[in-house]
Design a protein around this ligand. Structure first.
Ligand code: SF4
Length: 61
């Protein structure tokens, strides 16, 4: 699966803390998904998505 951070990230850091295997901050201090969502990290990636205060994270096939 893949993840995507849509426009509107407020740089809170929650997703990066919850799932650093998939999310990181880019040069503009906005979160980005830099890796695929493997089975091993799916749970924490979904937790990151569900914890985003502005709901800008999508996880999809
Ligand atoms: S949890 Fe949402 S608002 Fe916070 S850094 Fe990640 S994408 Fe941005």
């Amino acid at each position: 699966m893949k993840a995507k951070v849509n426009e509107g990230c407020i740089s809170c850091g929650t997703c990066v803390a919850a799932c650093p295997e998939v999310f990181r901050f880019n040069e503009e201090d906005l979160a980005e998904a830099y890796a695929d969502v493997t089975e091993e990290v799916q749970e924490s990636a979904e937790e990151a998505r569900d914890s985003c205060p502005v709901a800008v994270i999508d996880i999809f096939e």
